[in-house]
Design a protein around this ligand. Structure first.
Ligand SMILES: [Zn+2]
Length: 373
């Protein structure tokens, strides 16, 4: 990613590139700040600048082959290390999760540990960076670079290194192999060994000022100024929070479309098409399936509210409201209890790794039956 694709931090970007231009490249740096302020994307943009073959105006070009390989997370001299769930005490490394890592970065570089856990499907277990990972990093960096230039290592959430791994990393920072640039990122520098902090150059990635965030949303995301301001007001300088708000409204529309299609098919008893729909749903990620089922519960409640209050209490707007006006009568006191129980049960089972295709097929049959009650 080029610096220009990241919101805010103009001063910091200029300073980082000026240092590189004048040959001042510290061998170890600590990018510190909340995940939403973007220490990781900043580290990646910095690495891209280091590798770029045609830097221009303090930014990487985004076009040369080095830039393109960084942007697809496939540059042979750019190494990543990040926390993951340690399953056994065998020689485990982050390599086992590299595909998920690439996917996460491609989808969105602004994420936190909960997002990452969701991506790796590890629920609430605490991921760490174990000693086996630190050992593998040292081994990788001790090799010559593929391209003959620098080797860059980015460690995301260095505060999650365990003690053994921290000591190994410290050794690497104390005696770095030739041509190595190490960037640690953290949300909390107090969780790092003092000796690591004292040997790294601190780069503070601070909260993004509201004005810069608003400007970015208007220019890059095409939002109108009023809409951008109201989102930024709730974001506390975090682009991650901005993205979450944007995603929620996108997702809600998607869930509504799913719900509308599904209910129509079920009501018309189009069994075969319903099974195809179940297959489509099965292809969505587990997190989306869960959110969709919560959305179904919400819609069922809105239908009941609509029936009892003549639509006055219904909080929906636009297309959703129009659909509900026609559909609410099919969800009534004869079936609402069972329907909500079924949505609830399905949510419970999806959370516990039930097979989504079987689950949504089975649920569809129940809904077909219940809608006719
Ligand atoms: Zn380039």
């Amino acid at each position: 990613m080029q610096y220009s694709s990241l919101p805010g931090h103009q001063g910091l970007k200029l300073k980082l590139s000026a240092n590189v231009d004048s040959g001042r490249i510290p061998h170890a740096q600590l990018f510190c700040g909340a995940d939403g302020y973007g220490p990781l994307p900043m580290a990646i943009a910095y690495a891209q600048y280091l590798f770029c073959e045609q830097r221009e105006k303090g930014d990487s070009c985004g076009k040369c082959s080095s830039c393109q390989r960084v942007e697809s997370y496939n540059h042979p001299d750019l190494h990543f290390s990040f926390p993951f769930k340690v399953v056994s005490k065998k020689k485990e490394t982050s390599q086992a999760y590299f595909k998920e890592w690439q996917d996460q970065l491609t989808e969105n570089q602004y994420f936190d540990i909960q997002d990452w856990n969701g991506k790796c499907d590890i629920g609430n277990s605490q991921p760490i960076i174990p000693a086996s990972e630190a050992k593998s990093i040292s081994a990788k960096l001790s090799l010559k670079s593929y391209e003959g230039g620098l080797k860059v290592l980015i460690v995301w959430r260095a505060d999650l290194l365990n003690t053994q791994a921290s000591n190994k990393l410290l050794k690497l920072i104390e005696e770095p192999p030739n041509g190595t640039v190490i960037i640690l990122t953290t949300t909390d520098q107090d969780q790092l060994l003092k000796t690591i902090i004292s040997r790294t150059q601190l780069v503070s990635v601070n909260r993004i000022p509201d004005e810069e965030l608003t400007e970015f949303l208007v220019e890059k995301e095409g939002l109108d100024r009023g809409g951008a301001r109201s989102i930024v007001n709730l974001a506390e300088g975090s682009y991650l929070r901005v993205k979450r708000q944007l995603r929620t409204s996108d997702n809600e529309l998607k869930y509504f479309n799913h719900f509308q299609t599904w209910m129509r098919l079920c009501y018309q008893k189009k069994v075969l098409e319903t099974f195809n729909w179940a297959e489509t749903m099965a292809g969505e990620g587990r997190e989306h399936q869960k959110q969709f089922l919560l959305f179904c519960l919400h819609m069922a409640r809105q239908c009941m509210l609509g029936n009892y209050t003549d639509m006055q209490m219904v909080s929906l707007q636009g297309e959703e409201r129009a659909f509900l006006l026609k559909f609410a009568k099919f969800i009534n006191h004869n079936n609402v209890l069972q329907l909500t129980q079924e949505f609830d049960k399905a949510h419970y089972h999806i959370e516990r790794n039930a097979n989504p295709k079987i689950l949504f097929t089975d649920l569809s049959i129940k809904v077909i039956r219940l809608l006719r009650k």
